[in-house]
Design a protein around this ligand. Structure first.
Ligand SMILES: CC(C)(COP(=O)(O)OP(=O)(O)OC[C@H]1O[C@@H](n2cnc3c(N)ncnc32)[C@H](O)[C@@H]1OP(=O)(O)O)[C@@H](O)C(=O)NCCC(=O)NCCS
Length: 134
């Protein structure tokens, strides 16, 4: 069953498109429903993480950390040397999740994301990287 998590930005259609783009999708689920997912791509020796999301009701319980750890572990197991991602500068929860997992900031792209609701300003992306070897 698709939870509220997928009722906004992430729809069933967008999840199907991810799979068609050869993006990897890993889901976290309880007996009743999906509570989170991670979308990533393994290219050459790099794991590009596009998204990790946990449903609002299940946040702050360690699920994001667990899902991210599983993705990084799978990527390392498959020979990837580095994981990279971009995140909105204002997304402090995600930034904290990534930094806690060992990601370090490698760059900033100004005016990269469309404005958040209620704003007219394009938003910067922060680039992060995490070594998977050793
Ligand atoms: C980012 C997200 C995936 C974190 O998932 P989560 O299951 O709540 O995270 P966890 O409970 O595993 O927390 C792991 C760490 O993330 C950080 N974190 C998570 N939520 C946070 C919040 N609201 N504020 C600040 N830090 C937060 C903390 O460092 C936390 O460690 P701590 O509990 O020891 O303090 C979740 O907030 C989410 O789905 N957000 C919406 C989607 C999104 O923005 N995804 C990122 C796209 S790049």
């Amino acid at each position: 069953m698709l939870p509220a998590l997928l009722s906004g930005t992430w729809t069933l259609q967008s999840l199907q498109e991810m799979q068609q783009a050869n993006h990897q999708l890993r889901v976290m689920e309880t007996a009743q429903q999906v509570i989170g997912f991670a979308e990533f791509l393994l290219v050459a020796d790099e794991c590009q993480i596009f998204n990790i999301a946990i449903s609002a009701a299940s946040q702050r319980q360690g699920c994001g950390k667990q899902l991210l750890r599983a993705v990084l572990s799978e990527a390392a197991h498959k020979g990837m040397k580095e994981a990279v991602l971009e995140v909105r500068e204002s997304n402090l929860a995600a930034r904290s999740l990534y930094e806690q997992a060992g990601f370090v900031r490698t760059g900033r792209r100004p005016r990269y994301y469309t404005p958040l609701p209620g704003s007219t300003d394009m938003e910067a992306a922060l680039l992060y990287s995490c070594s998977l070897s050793g």
